[in-house]
Design a protein around this ligand. Structure first.
Ligand code: TRP
Length: 331
């Protein structure tokens, strides 16, 4: 029995933060132990929104790759690669674009939402409308069965399944499997202000923040606003933003103690957040150490290796798809 194939991608649009670490990467790390995993840097997808200012994409891509290695994604266990190095993704995207009805793309909820919410960029482009078609090509070109993503990506995955079905129907084949999402369980990691952690909200703790910056940010987390003095009893489970972060960093036993001490007004918020900051920093230290190690390694070679493995499969799929569509090969 061959292993189940898993695939996911990340857009290189800026530095990684704790939301990525707990919401995405830890999930990927677990999966790489059990499945055949393909993880890639979706730089063409970044270009759909950054086409006016693309100069940072390659630096962000390098950063992303180094951060992946630093958190423990391993080229020995997973195939790690960059999308734009494999032109076959673009070819499959083109072939899919021939039969995907435009209304399927226009009614996509995340498309409509982004068009409305992003005012400072002109996203009325062909490429942006076709974003999920490219994503479908990314997934189907490797015939991935499972795709770990956040809930926001579910409509894109549904569209991928529809494209697979439509291809199989039009050309009377049973060629593309329909991939299933693996939804990450960790609920939204809160930022300093209690909203979802995000670079654009300015509320994120980045993996490459200096220790003193991490500390300062943790100290700025909103706690129980009804608890003015330490002697006021707190209600961490219902009123404290920092508590959602605490839950990620402590054992169940420790969490129980924190709840008890907060409710009994013996543990103050300042002390509690200081300890949390130390916990976060000591976890990040391992990542920082690995990062220094990885910078000395030939990381480019590691990326090439992944590209080669991925390209071989992608190439084969596109060959087969051309034969299925055109029935015979002309040249
Ligand atoms: N759209 C995804 C995101 O923004 C990134 C992505 C591109 C992706 N291609 C993919 C994710 C294929 C999973 C599978 O997060």
């Amino acid at each position: 029995m061959s292993k189940i194939r898993v695939l996911s991608g990340m857009r290189p649009t800026g530095p990684l933060h704790l939301g990525h670490l707990h919401g995405v990467l830890k999930n990927w790390l677990e999966l790489q132990e059990k499945y055949e995993c393909f993880y890639f840097i979706a730089d063409w997808h970044a270009l759909t929104t950054e086409y006016e200012n693309p100069e940072n994409i390659s630096e962000f891509s390098k950063e992303l790759f180094l951060e992946w290695l630093s958190v423990g994604l391993s080229p020995q266990k997973s195939t790690l690669f960059i999308q734009s190095a494999i032109k076959e993704h673009a070819e499959l995207h083109l072939l899919f674009s021939m039969f995907i009805p435009v209304p399927w793309l226009e009614r996509n909820p995340s498309y409509k939402e982004m068009l409305q919410n992003i005012q400072n960029k002109d996203l009325n482009t062909y490429g942006f409308l076709g974003y999920p078609v490219l994503q479908a090509a990314d997934i189907l070109i490797y015939k991935a069965q499972k795709v770990p993503v956040g809930v926001d990506q579910v409509p894109h995955l549904e569209l991928t399944r529809e494209i697979a079905r439509r291809f199989n129907f039009l050309y009377r084949v049973n060629y593309f499997p329909e991939p299933e999402p693996i939804l990450s369980e960790v609920s939204k990691i809160p930022g300093i202000d209690g909203r979802k952690m995000s670079k654009s909200y300015g509320n994120a703790i980045f993996l490459n923040d200096l220790p003193e910056v991490v500390k300062e940010k943790v100290m700025n987390y909103v706690t129980d606003i009804q608890r003015i003095k330490k002697s006021d009893p707190g209600d961490p489970e219902n009123r404290c933003v920092a508590f959602n972060l605490i839950k990620l960093y402590y054992s169940n036993e420790e969490i129980k103690e924190i709840i008890r001490d907060c409710k009994n007004a013996v543990l103050g918020c300042v002390e509690c957040k200081k300890r949390l900051a130390d916990k976060i920093i000591s976890e990040l230290e391992k990542i920082w150490d690995k990062r220094l190690e990885m910078e000395k390694e030939d990381w480019k070679e590691m990326l090439y290796k992944g590209v080669e493995t991925a390209r071989e499969i992608a190439h084969q799929t596109v060959e087969e798809v051309n034969i299925i569509i055109f029935r015979k090969k002309l040249i």
